[in-house]
Design a protein around this ligand. Structure first.
Ligand SMILES: Nc1nc2c(ncn2[C@@H]2O[C@H](COP(=O)(O)OP(=O)(O)OP(=O)(O)O)[C@@H](O)[C@H]2O)c(=O)[nH]1
Length: 267
């Protein structure tokens, strides 16, 4: 028989191994109790193994899910970055398209489309608030000769220089643009015809003072200008026609001059 300080399980096993105790009436129930205890212990052990396995599986799943979530988040932020990049590209492209469709590539000035937009705005404003508005047409004199004598490239350079000078001479609220070929339109809002004449004479003089180098020589050009004051009953096309008519008069009177539509009549 086991000593009382030995673990209970060992003491019971020793009892059950002792054949001389078999006839004891407690032997049989003890053996059954022991078998039931062993069976219960095995079951508990199996359940705790399953529980451990389940726990580690859950942990594994959690890890896997976190990894997948992290990956998806990284992909999402990459997609967001690409989308931001494309949005910026689209914005820049739209700006470039707007610039290309409204500006003359040679001179950088607004083209006929931009001039027409501004003409509509300014004539509307002039009608609504009864404000003065002057419109001028400027044409480089004998420009065909510049091209013929010095080549198209120098002709282009003259167009660029004249544009630069013209743009520098007018005020911030004014606008000059390329109407076509060697013809330019100048819009002067809030300006009556006599004030417009002062600005335009300055432009004409600045163009005549330009010197463009051709080899060792330099050439000069002049411009003729026709100006008209916008009238309430007219459309901007009417005013442009009057400025055009005045321009023709300036050309016919010898060029390098400014003519006012109100001083020559339109018939
Ligand atoms: N270099 C260059 N020439 C241009 C351009 N656009 C138009 N021209 C030229 O401008 C010239 C205009 O000539 P014309 O209309 O006969 O008039 P002009 O010689 O200026 O004579 P006036 O206007 O009567 O003083 C033509 O030779 C066109 O080829 C351009 O973008 N570059």
């Amino acid at each position: 028989m086991g000593a009382p300080d030995e673990p209970l399980e060992e003491r019971i096993e020793q009892l059950l191994e002792n054949d001389s105790l078999r006839d004891d009436p407690l032997f049989q129930p003890l053996e059954e109790l022991w078998a039931a205890h062993r069976d219960l212990a095995r079951r508990i052990e199996r359940i705790s193994r399953i529980s451990d396995a389940y726990q580690s599986l859950t942990k594994e799943n959690e890890k896997h899910l976190t990894k997948r979530l992290d990956k998806q988040l990284r992909q999402l932020s990459k997609v967001a970055r690409i989308s931001d990049h494309y949005q910026k590209m689209m914005h820049d492209l739209n700006l470039a398209l707007r610039e290309a469709s409204t500006h003359d590539p040679l001179t950088g000035l607004g083209n006929r489309r931009l001039l027409l937009e501004r003409l509509k705005e300014e004539t509307d404003r002039s009608h609504r608030y009864a404000r003065p508005l002057s419109i001028a047409m400027l044409d480089i004199d004998y420009f065909k000769r510049v091209n013929d004598d010095h080549g198209h490239e120098l002709g282009d350079q003259v167009l660029m220089e004249v544009s630069r000078v013209m743009d520098a001479q007018i005020r911030d609220q004014d606008m000059c643009g390329r109407w076509g070929g060697e013809e330019f339109l100048i819009i002067l809002p809030e300006t009556n015809i006599s004030s417009a004449c002062q600005v335009l004479d300055r432009v004409r003089e600045a163009i005549a003072a330009l010197r463009m180098r051709v080899g060792d020589e330099s050439i000069t050009v002049t411009a003729s200008i026709g100006v008209a004051s916008h009238r309430d009953a007219d459309t901007y096309s009417d005013t442009i026609n009057q400025a055009d008519w005045a321009l023709l008069t300036a050309k016919r009177s010898g060029r390098n001059r400014l003519a006012r539509a109100d001083e020559i009549g339109t018939d």
